[in-house]
Design a protein around this ligand. Structure first.
Ligand code: OSB
Ligand code: MG
Length: 391
């Protein structure tokens, strides 16, 4: 019997609790749009009538750099608008949560936080892993592999020596794919130096929208470094010009910021703007949209990996679960817990396996435990530092 015939138990949402938090990073991530001193997030707890707690993470940063959202806007939208749309509702298919919150336009990270908590609660109510719940809503044959293939994302550094030191450390830890941030002035020569020192590593670059189409000649120089891909070279809201650039580069173009919906991906495929997709459930407003996008990638044989927003263990566990699906074909930006936080809000930590994978937790839902005392400490840290004012 296929999983599809299992009768699912519905959940009724009694309450939504919000925890705006600030945490310190073990290692910051400097990108072409800047860096953050603190990790900001709004942790979302959905409590069901049966007393089950589901956990989600709205992981927008304190500053509107990567997306127009901030941690503050996520709190504002969740607190004043979004929580009410699901409170008191009964859900017999977790994909229906997307429609309940659809009257609110944009605010993908906020939506992902609430939707993720509902997916977790629903999986727990049905005593199954969130990874298996994803499989339930996919065509036959998309069982979790129980592991996520992962790499690590390294920020811009002050010197090549500082960069080499971090790369050495990450390779020694066992990461088999290295992603480096670039920006104008820290790009071609940086890639050359790294490639000379590490001739055989799986290497890719992420520009976070730092270039224009008129930089095509400059970007073509990257073709000689055998890069796995270049991520989001052009504008965050562009698809058309990425198609023009892709026609001139040998290095595959991976889109990140540009793809916020399944429709965006269809358009990018149509105009030849995309060779690889970085899918972040947070960027596309949750797992329901992420599953639609996953299916489009499978149908089009588009290489796919799961990106990250430096999530706490809550977002990380869900992302690792999604990344264990077989249509995810390239190493993901989901590193071990010690690359980001010490301590995290969850236990146990994610530890890198020898084959550069993370193991999907066995437990129901996201499969790891939220540490309420630590959560409260990080809420206090947010209040004390007024890191992302909401008023
Ligand atoms: O562009 O992929 C990005 C982190 C925050 C915002 C944007 C990006 C990133 C990363 C790190 O590159 C991914 C991670 O390890 O979580
Ligand atoms: Mg990126």
């Amino acid at each position: 019997m296929s999983g599809k015939e299992i009768e699912m138990k519905s959940i009724s949402i009694k309450e939504v609790k919000l925890y705006p938090i600030a945490m310190t990073f073990v290692e910051k991530l400097m990108t072409s749009f800047g860096g953050e001193n603190f990790k900001g997030a709004v942790i979302v707890e959905v409590i069901t009538e049966d007393g089950i707690s589901g956990w989600g993470e709205a992981s927008s940063a304190p500053v509107p750099g990567y997306t127009g959202e901030t941690t503050g806007t996520a709190y504002h939208i969740l607190h004043n608008w979004m929580a009410d749309l699901v409170t008191g509702k009964t859900i017999d298919d977790p994909r229906d949560a997307q429609a309940l919150i659809a009257p609110i336009r944009y605010h993908e990270h906020a939506k992902h936080g609430l939707e993720g908590a509902i997916w977790d609660a629903f999986a727990k109510a049905n005593d199954m892993r969130i990874a298996d719940l994803f499989t339930h809503y996919l065509p036959e044959g998309h069982q979790s592999t129980n592991k996520a293939n992962v790499g690590v994302s390294i920020g811009l550094q002050k010197s090549n020596e500082a960069l080499f030191e971090i790369i050495d450390k990450r390779l020694a830890q066992g990461y088999k794919r290295i992603k480096l941030k670039i920006k104008p002035g820290q790009d071609i020569e940086l890639a050359r130096a790294v490639r000379e020192r590490y001739p055989d590593i799986m290497l890719m670059l992420d520009a976070n929208s730092a270039y224009r189409l008129s930089d095509a000649e400059h970007l073509k120089k990257l073709d000689e470094f055998d890069l796995l891909m270049i991520e989001q070279p052009l504008a965050h809201d562009d698809i058309y010009e990425h198609g023009k650039l892709a026609a001139q580069l040998k290095t595959p173009i991976c889109l990140d910021e540009s793809i916020k919906t399944a429709g965006d991906l269809r358009l990018a495929l149509q105009v030849g703007a995309i060779g690889i997709l970085n899918l972040k459930p947070a960027r596309v407003g949750g797992f329901t949209e992420a599953l639609k996008i996953y299916e489009i990638c499978v149908e089009n044989e588009l290489p796919l990996w799961i990106g990250g927003m430096m999530e706490t263990g809550i977002g990380r566990a869900a992302n690792a679960s999604f990344a264990s699906l077989p249509g995810v074909t390239l190493p993901c930006d989901i590193s071990a817990t010690d690359r980001y936080f010490n301590p995290d809000v969850t236990e146990p930590p994610f530890v890198l396996n020898d084959d550069s994978t993370l193991t999907v937790p066995d437990g129901a839902g996201i499969g790891i435990e939220v540490q309420l005392d630590r959560l409260e400490e990080f809420v206090a840290q947010w209040h004390e530092n007024n890191i992302y004012p909401i008023g």
